[in-house]
Design a protein around this ligand. Structure first.
Ligand SMILES: [Zn+2]
Length: 962
């Protein structure tokens, strides 16, 4: 059996696919030679799909604009960062992971948001693994596999090192101490609730060995909120050492004890605070350093504190404490100076009767028992979760968990920990799925168990409050990878845990509303709530629970068309606008950041996955629009081996460019390490993935996109090439290069192909019902040499903004055509007086010298996807123009009846309605349409009887003009 026969057939489950041999280890045969990388590995497939994709390496791109963009990204993937060292790129991607695990980390990091200390560090490395897997699947070039295999192997070492972290103790003032630090593994200690109950007089004391002179790191926090707390800070500033503070209303209302004495670094210091009546005293190493009278707040005034920590603050602006801590004691009275001096001198027990809690940290493990015998046991956070793999400490995840659910503000906070985790797991999963890297799977299983252990400790309400938090609760498609991972394990209990974990990423409020088709997206972060829908489909595929499918389908319908620009993008400043509101934002100076490229990436993934369940041509119309315009245009037409050169936002303002102010959107954040840099590395290396699909049973082939490509389909024995000059030409050809047998060809009739669509087989016209936005079927037994010619004449048409139909984009077939001009206001165009009976705007548009370039109204019209090919130059353009059609007019025949000033309920003018029925077979058909619309408008009271008469006379007389 050859390697191809061993590959998972179409409808097999992913479990079966998982046991297929590693692709790059498969034996090459004569039939595999055509497929880069050997046996096809399709990635995730579901047995419940109606249609299914081909593996990336079964479809190869032919020459054209898609391949040009793709090849630039291949060049980046081969050569980044341009040093000539094969592993320099992977080493950069590994740097922050290695540093987090305490491993040697030579060199530097990618930059952008993959930078030490905070941001989204690690996420770009995940995208990179996906990019490399896709590059290998597309080309079979060993260089991509070498880099990817190296990254997977090194990440396994990082995971091992994180598992083997010093989870125990460090040498203490007495016996062992707990070593707390950021970024090291032990993050902080969680103390039990109830410590302040009935506590009026009190003593807090601790031994602290600071490793750094941090500002505002907390030794102790007992809090009910970020405004109601008591806190012992290790160091405030150069002038103020330790500070004790208690407040019911934030920092401004703190009652404080400030020490002018600093704690000595890298040695043991004793710190104590006593409270009695209205007097507080602060001691450092047995000496009183501050005293305050008139303190009106006692610990009991805080109520039942729920955020009780050693080493952590309620504010993300404060770093976790970097120190060893030992012998933390709480007494229910104020110890006197002699007793404090005794403690500072080395005593550990001064008044056991008053002792409420004592943590000695002498025992190994996650638990820190209460040595007072009162049962107030503490938990050391950052231990006990094997399988963790990230470029930042685990405590970053804990920050966003209840009870605090800290947002992503502050200099120490990772922005979106689960989002980052998703990218890494997705990259590893693609290494396994697309290249057969067997080493990736055990890493993923351990990560999956870690995910389950992390989330299953929280209540559903607690998880909801996380997922409702912008954008710390952004989790990408974590639910997708967990569900896919469930199909890869043969352990039933593990599969159940992974599926349960996948469901735990559901934000129930929005999910339930979406099932009911109640649109609550206004103001929501677009990607945060878009990406989980991809995972909902996976959960549905596993469980058959239809709510998950319904939610994903309804969500799609809330974005398309209600929030979709003519380039296929959505959102302003990454957020959804109100339903139907397309134009707000790009006519004012408020915010030039529109259509984040990640949104198009995610919507394309969602659309494609929905299509597998329900091959609806409307889905593919949107898919083509977003891929052909926003995604294709997002890659600048220049080469680079140091930057991805992909856009972040795309500016929909009149007269803007892909530069906002001094920031070039391609290289924002240095061109590496932003979210869109990451998704961009993926988008441009998988253009072949949706050109062809097949029915689940292999009896039908779908032609979805008119991109030059060759399909090698070993399961059916066919090799079929698509040859086309599309989008410059309105025609494409399928050529059967080898193979024979019956096959239903399902050929897409795009929504924009409103007339003239035809199909010929070997030169013979076929009878097809070419309804726009549908698929026509041509069935026969095929053989090598057969040729299918599809004609779909390109025409100019307009895509109208939903909320203002006079704001329009000029489209040529599927291609958004932009007006090249730098004036920052709408250009005003008039088309109706020039229209012929075919209704094509081409009557007012003339071809220019260059392919796909035209002129109209004195302006150059250029394809949106042409992206600044001249280094240093940034073309200004207008994606939208203003349509000005003031008078009802038929060629030269004027009527005096206002057109623009009167609109129907849908925002359309009289002439919009008349020409919506174009093309007209003859002038009589045209007249009948004018009469019908005129009657409707007269009856609706929009036109007077006299106006109606003037219109009908002018229309009749226009017969000589057409
Ligand atoms: Zn992005």
């Amino acid at each position: 059996m050859g390697a191809l026969a061993a590959a998972a057939p179409a409808a097999t489950s992913a479990v079966a696919a998982a046991v297929a041999p590693a692709a790059h280890a498969a034996q090459a045969t004569t039939t595999t030679a055509a497929i880069p990388g050997g046996a096809p590995r399709p990635g995730w497939t579901s047995p419940v799909w109606e249609v299914a994709p081909f593996a990336l390496n079964q479809v190869s791109l032919g020459d054209g604009i898609y391949k040009e963009k793709r090849d630039r990204m291949l060049n980046y993937a081969r050569n980044y960062p341009g040093t000539g060292d094969l592993l320099a790129g992977p080493d950069r991607m590994l740097h922050l992971f290695r540093a987090n695990a305490g491993l040697p980390a030579p060199g530097t990091w990618p930059g952008g948001w993959d930078t030490p200390n905070h941001l989204l560090r690690g996420h770009f490395s995940g995208h990179w693994m996906t990019m490399l897997a896709q590059c290998w699947a597309a080309t079979g070039e060993e260089i991509f596999l070498t880099k990817l295999d190296y990254m997977v192997a090194e990440l396994a070492k990082v995971q091992d090192a994180l598992d083997a972290r010093n989870l125990g103790r460090v040498p203490g003032r007495f016996g062992a101490a707990v070593g707390l630090s950021d970024p090291h593994p032990n993050q902080f200690v969680t103390l039990p609730n109830g410590l302040t109950t009935d506590l009026t007089d009190a003593t807090f004391s601790a031994w602290v060995n600071p490793a750094a002179a941090q500002a505002n790191a907390r030794i102790l926090t007992l809090a009910t909120s970020s405004r109601v707390y008591l806190a012992l800070t290790a160091r405030v500033s150069d002038a103020v050492g330790p500070r004790f503070a208690i407040t019911l209303d934030g920092t401004g209302a703190e009652q404080r004890l400030d020490s002018p004495v600093q704690l000595a670094l890298n040695s043991w210091n004793h710190v104590a605070v006593t409270l009695q009546g209205g007097t507080g005293r602060l001691y450092v190493n047995g000496a009183e350093v501050a005293v305050a009278t008139g303190m009106t707040l006692a610990p009991a005034a805080l109520g039942a504190t729920t955020s009780n920590w050693i080493g952590r603050s309620t504010s993300n602006d404060h770093a976790l404490l970097n120190a060893a801590v030992d012998e933390v004691q709480l007494h229910g009275r104020a110890l006197d100076a002699a007793e404090i001096q005794a403690l500072a001198g080395g005593a550990t027990e001064v008044d056991n009767a008053a002792l409420r809690a004592r943590w000695t940290f002498d025992d190994e493990g996650e638990s820190a028992p209460d040595a007072s015998g009162n049962g107030r046991h503490a938990t050391i956070v950052g231990t006990g979760y094997p399988g963790y793999l990230a470029a930042f400490p685990e405590g970053q995840f804990i920050r966003i968990e209840p009870p605090m659910v800290q947002p992503n503000s502050g200099p120490n906070a990772v922005w979106a920990v689960w989002y980052t985790h998703h990218k890494i797991m997705r990259g590893l999963l693609n290494a396994y799925d697309l290249t057969g890297n067997e080493d990736a799977l055990p890493i993923l299983f351990r990560m999956g168990e870690w995910v389950h252990s992390r989330l299953s400790r929280l209540t559903p309400q607690g998880r909801d409050s996380m997922w409702n938090t912008y954008s710390a609760g952004e989790a990408g498609s974590m639910n997708e990878v967990m569900a896919e991972l469930a199909s890869h394990t043969t352990d039933a209990a593990q599969r159940d845990r992974f599926l349960a974990a996948a469901k735990m990423f559901t934000f129930s409020t929005l999910f339930n509303a979406t099932i009911d088709d109640v649109d609550q997206l206004n103001g929501r972060h677009a990607n945060q709530y878009m990406a989980p829908n991809i995972g909902y489909l996976r959960i549905f595929e596993h469980t058959g629970e239809t709510d998950y499918h319904t939610a994903a389908r309804n969500f799609w319908g809330m974005v398309v068309p209600h929030r979709t620009f003519s380039n296929g993008g959505a959102g302003r400043s990454e957020h959804f606008r109100a339903r139907g509101d397309i134009t707000s934002g790009f006519t004012s100076g408020s915010d030039p950041r529109h259509a984040e490229t990640c949104c198009a990436y995610n919507m394309l993934r969602l659309t494609r996955n929905l299509f597998f369940h329900e091959p609806d041509a409307a889905l593919m119309d949107f898919y083509e629009k977003a891929l052909h315009n926003q995604i294709l245009s997002s890659r600048r037409d220049v080469d680079s081996v140091t930057a991805t050169e992909v856009t972040y936002h795309q500016n929909m303002w009149p007269g803007r460019s892909r530069r906002i102010g001094t920031t070039v959107e391609y290289s924002r954040y240095g061109g590496n390490g932003s979210c869109c840099n990451g998704t961009g590395t993926e988008s441009h290396t998988k253009y072949q993935e949706t050109v062809f699909f097949r029915s689940a049973d292999g009896s039908a082939l779908y032609l979805n996109l008119f991109i030059p490509a060759t399909l090698t389909w070993p399961e059916r024995g066919f090799v079929i090439a698509q040859e086309t000059a599309f989008p410059a030409a309105g025609a494409t050809r399928l050529r059967f290069l080898s193979g024979s047998g019956p096959l239903d060809l399902r050929l897409r009739v795009p929504g924009w192909a409103r007339h003239g669509y035809s199909v010929a087989v070997n030169g013979r016209d076929q009878q097809v019902d070419a309804t726009p936005s549908s698929y026509v079927t041509v069935s026969r037994s095929w053989q090598a040499g057969d040729v299918v010619d599809i004609t779909m004449p390109l025409s100019f048409w307009v895509d109208k903004a939903l909320n203002d139909k006079s704001v329009q984009s000029i489209m040529y077939g599927p291609t958004l055509m932009v007006v090249r001009d730098a004036t920052p206001s709408y250009r005003e165009f008039t088309f109706f007086p020039q229209l012929g009976l075919d209704g094509d705007l081409a009557a007012s548009i003339q071809p220019s010298d260059a392919s796909m370039h035209f002129t109209t109204h004195g302006y150059l019209l250029a394809p949106y996807y042409v992206a600044d090919p001249v280094p240093g130059q940034f073309n200004s353009f207008h994606p939208y123009v203003k349509r000005v059609e003031p008078e009802v007019v038929f060629r030269t025949r004027t009527t005096g009846v206002p057109n623009d000033a009167i609109r129907d309920a849908a925002g359309e003018t009289f002439l919009d309605r008349v020409w919506a029925a174009a093309p007209f077979a003859d002038h009589g058909t045209f007249i009948r349409q004018v009469e019908a619309v005129s009657k409707e408008w007269f009856e609706a009271g929009r036109h007077t009887r006299r106006q109606r008469q003037d219109i009908l006379i002018a229309a009749a007389r226009s017969v000589a003009d057409f």
